[in-house]
Design a binder for this molecule. Structure first.
Ligand SMILES: [Zn+2]
Length: 189
């Protein structure tokens, strides 16, 4: 079976779920269009601690989207750092930027959320659509899920304050090493 285009890993899937979680209103009718835009017309220009910025081009017009993501509390980040360090020790030799799938489960078991539900981060977009989230914001979340699939460490970096806020808890050294990874590899170069 082919892996899904968006959410091929548990890390990206956590983000896909934020837009595809079924409500009483049924699936959002904008999702197919959002996936098309994510595939063809979305450029993530920045993704890092607490924020994502992306351009979605529709009929030659650029919609600028920004997601502001709450970063983990110091306590949560220290806990996540311990879990990351433990998982990396158990899975040596992973490609840089990759994280073991079991870690995503581990974080969930500790009630540490990777993705942020739309209710908590509505996102902003320069378009004039009155409906929020607009299709451009949804497209950016799909594009983000794909980036996270390609480089799971990004999922952790998005929720992390800067490296020096990691505190002195156990595993802080591994944590800092992880958060200092340059985001330059995002674009597959
Ligand atoms: Zn928009």
């Amino acid at each position: 079976m082919m892996p899904p285009e968006f959410g091929a890993t548990p890390w990206g899937r956590a983000w896909v779920r934020t837009v595809e979680s079924t409500s009483t209103a049924g699936p959002n009718a904008q999702l197919p269009k959002a996936r098309t835009l994510a595939r063809n017309s979305t450029t993530v220009v920045a993704a890092g601690a607490g924020h994502v910025e992306a351009d979605v081009t529709v009929s030659g017009e650029v919609c600028r989207v920004r997601l502001d993501l709450p970063v983990w509390s110091d306590e949560t980040q220290a806990e996540a750092g311990r879990l990351v360090a433990k998982a990396m020790a158990e899975h040596r030799g992973m490609v840089a930027g990759d994280l073991p799938d079991t870690l995503e489960e581990d974080l969930r078991d500790h009630a540490i959320n990777i993705a942020v539900p739309l209710e908590e981060q509505p996102g902003s977009c320069s378009c004039r659509a009155r409906k929020r989230p607009c299709v451009h914001i949804l497209a950016v979340i799909y594009a983000l899920a794909q980036l996270v699939d390609e480089r799971p460490a990004l999922a952790v970096e998005l929720r992390s304050a800067t490296a020096n806020a990691a505190g002195a808890g156990a595993g802080a050294v591994d944590w800092i090493a992880l958060s200092e990874l340059e985001p330059a590899g995002f674009y597959g170069d």
